[in-house]
Design a protein around this ligand. Sequence first.
Ligand code: SF4
Ligand code: SF4
Length: 270
Amino acid sequence: MLTIYEFKLEVSSPCQNDCELCAHADLMRHVKGFQLSLEQLDRFLFYTERSDYFIRSLSIHGPGEPFLWKHLNEGLRRLKRSRAIGWMTMVTNGLLLDRITDEGMDCLDRLFVSVYANYNRHESLARFRERYGAKISLWDGTYFWEHATDRTATAPATGGCNCFGPMLFNDHIFPYCGPPVFGAAKAKGVDVMQIPHIAVPLGMNYMAGYREKLMGRMDICRYCWANPNFAGRWKTNDTRKTFPDTPPDAIRRVMPEAGAQREDVSPAIR
Ligand code: SF4
Ligand code: SF4
């Protein structure tokens, strides 16, 4: 058996926000309106089980808003009953919490809610936290990490990666990369699917060609947001969408310490 410690599952590309520094933006736009079908999900589970892989931690996070996945509750149910999946987490912007059922929540081990400046669902979030308690973690979305103002800038690729794979997107496994590889390809001016080693079709033993030494050391990594060798800074996150009923102190209503001074360096980089 091969244990895969973390795996990213991309289920839905639309999002109610359009954050200026969203690291998933280029994957969100790669297939507009993408929805992982139940047939694709079943194929993924079939090949993962038959290949004798065990995914210790599965992260369901987009590339857009996973609560916009048409198959949210049924998809979670199918994932939970698979013997190939261990711990399951999901990241949401918290704008559609009412879409998940109790059974869907039972399938998750942790739900991360990112709270942004335009947040307008305070009452439903309060009810949700009361109901599911410690299963809910909040993330302060005041600032995002901007790795470089010039998107075509490069940095040495020395083996680090802040958003590694494997990832499933649309019948392809990306053994090394999370969503930022799509932005890196755009910055480099290449078709992501033509990059050597970057993706393999979903099938038996899909991790067989994985070579550890390529992680964070491919040429494409020199352009990638997830490359920790880039200098950067915290920048106020602009969601670029507004809602008429957002209170002016939206994040602080949920997280009183939100927006506190950040250190100069991303914690992920040290
Ligand atoms: S909420 Fe913002 S950061 Fe999150 S997926 Fe949507 S656009 Fe990206
Ligand atoms: S291109 Fe490199 S740095 Fe970017 S996600 Fe893939 S492995 Fe990580």
